[in-house]
Design a protein around this ligand. Structure first.
Ligand SMILES: N[C@@H](CCC(=O)N[C@@H](CS)C(=O)NCC(=O)O)C(=O)O
Length: 206
């Protein structure tokens, strides 16, 4: 049995739930994080010492870090679905997942927290604008890639699209200025028809 702890509106939880949806894996989800609490309890911290969501328990195997969970589930299912069978395509998917964590998320986080989770009078709009520009430059890199291929790791949808997909949902959903990026738009439209993306990622931004 697969058990996932985490609130539905968390970007990192959404990556895992979307993965489960793509792979048609049945799971039990336990609300945790922010208003739900749970993640601050000592019992939870014995399972994830960071006190963060998501956390996975698969038949007694505990795993935290959203990308590690996405990769674990993709590998469990075997090559061909979310895990590209070809080594280089798999490395490409890994590359974009890493880049999301080390680069894009650092720019998305301050824009998201200010624009979505902070009342207008308390927003740091100087930080929002500098981060938004960096984020736009990040999405320009993604747009240039998607001018050459349909998905992040090549011709087929893969785990490499998952972090970028939940980030793109926020990029398009926030009241911010965005440059025209037609290849990113086309890729995003392809994601928006995927039932698992619609169910787990296309939720109100809160
Ligand atoms: N690098 C971790 C980050 C996990 C993380 O920051 N989770 C946030 C939610 S997106 C969290 O647990 N925040 C505290 C809370 O929700 O109470 C991952 O990818 O899983």
């Amino acid at each position: 049995m697969l058990k996932i702890w985490g609130r539905k509106n968390s970007i990192n939880v959404q990556k895992v739930l979307w993965t489960c949806g793509e792979l048609a894996l049945p799971f039990e989800r336990i609300d945790a994080g922010m208003a739900f609490g749970v993640n601050n309890t000592s019992e939870y911290k014995t399972m994830n010492p960071n006190g963060l969501v998501p956390l996975m328990n698969h038949d007694g195997f505990l795993l935290w870090e959203s990308h590690a969970i996405v990769r674990y589930l993709a590998r469990l299912n075997g090559p061909g679905a979310l895990l590209p069978a070809d080594t280089r395509s798999a490395a490409d998917a890994d590359r974009w997942m890493e880049w999301y964590s080390t680069t894009l998320w650092l720019n998305l986080k301050p824009v998201f927290w200010n624009m979505v989770r902070t009342p207008p009078e308390k927003r740091d709009m100087v930080l929002v604008e500098s981060s938004r520009k960096l984020l736009a430059a990040n999405f320009e890199i993604v747009d240039a890639l998607l001018a050459q291929q349909d998905y992040m790791a090549g011709k087929a949808f893969s785990m490499g699209d998952i972090p970028m997909g939940v980030a793109a949902y926020r990029w398009y959903g926030m009241a911010i200025e965005r440059p025209a990026l037609k290849h990113l738009d086309a890729w995003y439209s392809r994601l928006c028809v995927r039932p698992a993306f619609r169910e787990h990622a296309m939720l109100p931004l809160t």
